[in-house]
Design a protein around this ligand. Structure first.
Ligand code: HEC
Ligand code: HEC
Ligand code: HEC
Ligand code: HEC
Length: 181
């Protein structure tokens, strides 16, 4: 019904002669309305932004993003925390070549441990160690640390270094000593 009526109206309008002036005013009005509605929509949809110390060159960010980061849950504790309860492993590793490696690098995030989970995972796979110790032809074996110390990485070739499927790296090496058992 409504569509029929509308079509009829358009038809009679089309038959009537509409002056150029009216069309022009109509066009201008529609343009103004469109621009105005876009501006209003933008004010509602686009979030507000801010910058640190009112210096817009740096850290230009969404205001709501501050709260989002405050709500973001930290996952890692850092090795010092583990020292409270696992002193034996902590002492061993800090005196070893693995001293710079965080416990959680191998055992996973521990923010709520020992409540949840009660025990952290113990990954005994070769893959755990090969992540860092696998020889890669394109990676240099020596790094200069701040031009002072040279770090030598001892890499093994996984398919040559005791590649027995059932042989874990920790069958022979102690992960906390970075040496033999
Ligand atoms: C407040 C004391 C406490 C702190 C701090 C703590 N743990 Fe534990 N952890 C425990 C307890 C208790 C267990 C369970 C031991 C058990 O049941 O034999 C455990 C178990 C583990 C296990 C499993 C041991 C096993 O034999 O199955 C690992 C691995 C572990 N913790 C690593 C860590 C690491 C890494 C950190 C630091 C990020 C850490 N823990 C911090 C108390 C702690
Ligand atoms: C390079 C990887 C690696 C790092 C770093 C590491 N662990 Fe482990 N951790 C292991 C592996 C692998 C085992 C299993 C050893 C085994 O069964 O012989 C293990 C076992 C353990 C256990 C079970 C008891 C034991 O000694 O076997 C605890 C507790 C533990 N780690 C705590 C820690 C803490 C605390 C740190 C940091 C101070 C740490 N680990 C750092 C790989 C690692
Ligand atoms: C996050 C990286 C990382 C992981 C994972 C890791 N290592 Fe290491 N490892 C190192 C670094 C770094 C060193 C010290 C530099 C070096 O001597 O190669 C080292 C040193 C060692 C050394 C002594 C090499 C030497 O110079 O005599 C042994 C053995 C070793 N790791 C065994 C293991 C074993 C076994 C595992 C698995 C349980 C493991 N590593 C996991 C990074 C890693
Ligand atoms: C059967 C025992 C055994 C197993 C299993 C084993 N290794 Fe070894 N690893 C050795 C011996 C022995 C050496 C020293 C002689 C050599 O370089 O081959 C060594 C040396 C290393 C070194 C020092 C390399 C160097 O240039 O001095 C690293 C790093 C290492 N192993 C990592 C690993 C990793 C990672 C795994 C598991 C993928 C692993 N090992 C499995 C016995 C073992």
């Amino acid at each position: 019904m409504f569509i029929k009526k509308l079509l009829k109206k358009i038809d009679t309008l089309a038959r009537r002669e509409i002056s150029f002036g009216k069309i022009l005013i109509g066009t201008v009005l529609i343009t103004i309305l469109t621009v105005a509605s876009v501006i209003v929509a933008r004010m509602i949809i686009v979030p507000s932004f801010t910058a640190a110390n009112n210096d817009y060159r740096y850290q230009w960010h969404r205001v709501a993003n501050q709260q989002e980061w405050k709500d973001f849950k930290v996952k890692y504790q850092g090795s010092n925390y583990c020292n409270n309860c696992h002193n034996e492993q902590y002492k061993k590793i800090t005196e070893s070549l693995h001293s710079k490696i965080q416990c959680e690098n191998c055992h996973g995030a521990a923010i709520d441990h020992p409540d949840n989970p009660q025990r952290l995972a113990i990954d005994k796979s070769r893959e755990l160690c090969l992540r860092c110790h696998s020889y890669l032809a394109y990676r240099p074996l020596e790094y200069k640390e701040l031009e002072k110390k040279t770090i030598r990485l001892k890499m093994i070739k996984p398919d040559e270094h005791f590649p027995d499927e059932n042989m874990q790296c920790i069958s022979c090496h102690d992960p906390h000593k970075a040496d033999f058992k």
